[in-house]
Design a protein around this ligand. Structure first.
Ligand code: SF4
Length: 152
């Protein structure tokens, strides 16, 4: 199973989920992102608590935190798939907007289907290679929040 298959799973999953599911209560929605979005030079231990982020703007974590507050959804960071699953299952969620690499996203979708919560997946960008200083377009994350999950 290669990258193309992972992309296919993510695309199909998002399509089906976006067509069928929307308008969840914000407190039942979580923005979940992988630790590789944090600037690799940042000394803050955000993996222990997101309140550690000083919101300096040197990475997209600041934008994700601000979006989670603006839309009143939960927010969490995970350093791997095991931690990600623990956050998903310990929060009694209806929907997760997950940001990670295609491999992690496809693995998470396969693990959770057909159970709750629904997973909407946004692949990260990797301008410096895998697992380091990855990115995501905050506008895309907001689009998922606005159009797919919460009516405004
Ligand atoms: S926004 Fe700044 S303080 Fe927050 S995680 Fe990124 S680099 Fe660290």
């Amino acid at each position: 199973m290669g990258k193309k298959f992972d992309k296919l799973i993510i695309g199909l999953n998002n399509l089906i989920r976006a067509r069928k599911q929307r308008n969840y209560a914000p407190e039942k929605v979580m923005l979940l992102f992988s630790h590789c979005l944090q600037n690799s030079k940042c000394p803050q231990k955000i993996i222990h608590s997101l309140s550690e982020c000083k919101r300096c703007g040197k990475c997209v974590v600041k934008d994700i935190l601000e979006l989670s507050e603006r839309y009143a959804v939960k927010c969490a960071v995970a350093s791997g798939s095991e931690m990600a699953m623990e956050k998903v299952y310990s929060n009694n969620l209806d929907a997760v907007i997950a940001i990670a690499c295609e491999k992690e996203l496809a693995g998470g979708i396969k693990e959770i289907l057909p159970k709750k919560p629904i997973v909407l997946a946004i692949p990260n960008t990797r301008p410096y290679g895998p697992c380091k200083d990855c990115g995501v377009d905050p506008a895309r994350v907001e689009q998922f929040l606005k159009k797919t999950l919460i009516s405004h």
